[in-house]
Design a protein around this ligand. Structure first.
Ligand code: NAP
Length: 293
């Protein structure tokens, strides 16, 4: 067994790497120095290293910048997974590719199942959807490819929304946070465990290759998530803890439109792995306790 971890320096990638290390699974890691949009280099690397599993956590994740850098977003998020998928399936390796709740338009009122119709609102979501489709259209994808969609990631690296809120709460008197966007937060470590299990890198056999959704339990708003972080700051004696001011998305102009409601239904992964995702509050509290400790 040998894993090729792509994007191991990222928020999710570092959680995947940590688990591979802890479990003593042989792995090689690449980041942007091996551009996944470069088909020849991706093929050559796979042929040389002969991984049995490829985990693609690399992506162009700058949602707003993607609006003005669509070519780059599509190169990394659409062409990249196709190249990675082709290189993996050519050598019979299982490939796990990560995608996003932003493939949906957010107009639903109940969590999105894997077969709900995607309708991305912006360039980032469009590029991620194209990546899923190009990967799943490859010969061999049916037997070897997993697409794992997730939402609202937080994790050990102080990147992403959680890291930004922690910084702002410590630095400012007031932090404005959108109240009318709802999703299921996801602890990167839990997602990493689920992805490894799906691909057969856990204790049990691999699950059926398919599209899966993974998120922690509970739907929340960005403002409730930020308020939970603030409470934790106070509980840990923060000298400064900015007031959280709820605002409507419409008052908070951003280049890219985002889905108002993007909770993902996780029944398929629960059935495949025989697990229930833990509530996001428990995971956030643990994550913050480590951050302060
Ligand atoms: N963050 C979220 O809230 C969120 C929500 C839903 C879904 N997702 C999905 O989850 C996955 C992981 O996201 P993340 O937040 O962990 O990403 P991240 O922290 O931004 O990390 C991205 C990784 O991709 C690498 N990378 C970027 N361009 C590359 C290229 N052209 N070739 C090879 N590697 C490249 C980066 O390498 P360098 O360090 O060298 O630049 C980095 O290791 C993505 O598929 C994303 O769409 C994320």
């Amino acid at each position: 067994m040998k894993v090729w971890l792509i994007g191991g320096r990222g928020l999710l990638g570092s959680a995947l790497r940590e688990r591979l290390e802890t479990r003593g699974i042989e792995h090689v890691e690449t980041n942007s120095e091996l551009d996944i949009a470069d088909a020849a280099r991706v093929q050559a690397f796979a042929r040389r290293e002969r991984p049995t599993h490829v985990l693609n956590a690399a992506a162009y994740c700058r949602v707003d910048d993607a609006e003005t850098h669509q070519d780059e977003a599509f190169r990394v998020n659409a062409l990249g997974p196709e190249n990675v998928g082709r290189a993996a399936t050519n050598i019979g390796a299982r490939v796990v590719h990560f995608s996003t709740d932003f493939v949906f338009d957010g107009r639903a009122h109940e969590p999105y199942a894997e077969d709900a119709t995607p309708n991305p609102l912006g360039a980032y979501g469009l590029s991620k959807l194209a990546g899923e489709q190009r990967l799943l259209a490859l010969p061999g994808a049916l037997e070897l490819a997993y697409v794992v969609r997730t939402s609202f990631l937080f994790g050990e690296r102080s990147r992403g929304f959680a890291g930004r809120i922690v910084r702002l709460i410590r630095e400012q008197d007031e932090v404005r946070v959108v109240a009318d966007r709802h999703s299921r937060p996801t602890y990167a470590g839990d997602l990493a465990d689920a992805a490894l299990a799906l691909a057969g890198l856990g204790a049990a056999r691999a699950a059926e290759p398919a599209v899966y959704h993974y998120a922690n339990a509970g739907v929340t708003s960005w403002v409730e998530f930020a308020s939970t972080i603030r409470e934790s700051c106070l509980a840990h004696g923060a000298v400064r803890a900015a007031r959280i001011v709820p605002v409507r998305a419409a008052e908070f102009p951003q280049a890219a439109e985002r889905p108002a409601y993007s909770a993902l239904a996780t029944a398929r992964v629960e059935a495949a792995l025989g697990l229930q995702p833990r509530p996001w509050q428990a995971r956030l509290t643990e994550f913050l306790a480590r951050l302060w400790g």
